[in-house]
Design a protein around this ligand. Structure first.
Ligand SMILES: [Zn+2]
Length: 153
């Protein structure tokens, strides 16, 4: 049974599971209407993100991965959080595990000391189907990250 779990975790760590990547791609596509002009930054981790279909604005706390929309208030990664990822390169803890750091952590769980170093999980090329640089939100890091005014996708 342990071999089964190690195999599944290695499959995820080596990007052989397409579901997280496809989910992120779909949400980034839904978040195309969002940009740095219509998202309002309230605090280092809190943003007001407009609804696509109404004048409503949803409060998103990116440090815990909560959005006040119907999907996001139950902890689901939603298009409003995807918009913050798209525009500010901030990744909430509930986002699909597509980053090198997330895949490396899974590899360490599966393989322990035999896991490859983090650099092994870095993408071979920038761009493509995911943001070139993503910052995982660390609430213990009190420094406010500098953000580009341009969306980088
Ligand atoms: Zn939402």
């Amino acid at each position: 049974m342990e071999k089964y779990h190690v195999s599944r975790l290695r499959s995820f760590a080596n990007s052989r599971e397409v579901a997280p990547r496809l989910l992120l791609q779909a949400l980034l596509k839904k978040a195309e209407y969002l940009n740095t002009d219509n998202i309002t930054r309230v605090t280092a981790f809190t943003y007001l993100v407009p609804s696509e279909k109404s004048d409503e604005k949803y409060e998103v706390d990116i440090s815990v991965g909560i959005c006040m929309c119907e999907a996001g208030k139950h902890g689901k990664f939603c298009k409003h959080q995807a918009g913050i990822l798209k525009c500010f390169s901030l990744l909430p803890p509930n986002a699909p595990g597509v980053t090198a750091e997330a895949r490396h952590r899974i590899a360490v769980v599966a393989l322990g000391d035999e896991a490859e170093p983090l650099s092994f999980y870095q993408p071979l090329r920038n761009g493509g189907d995911q943001p070139s640089q993503i910052n995982t939100v660390d609430v213990n890091d009190s420094t406010v990250r500098s953000h580009s005014d341009e969306c980088n996708i």
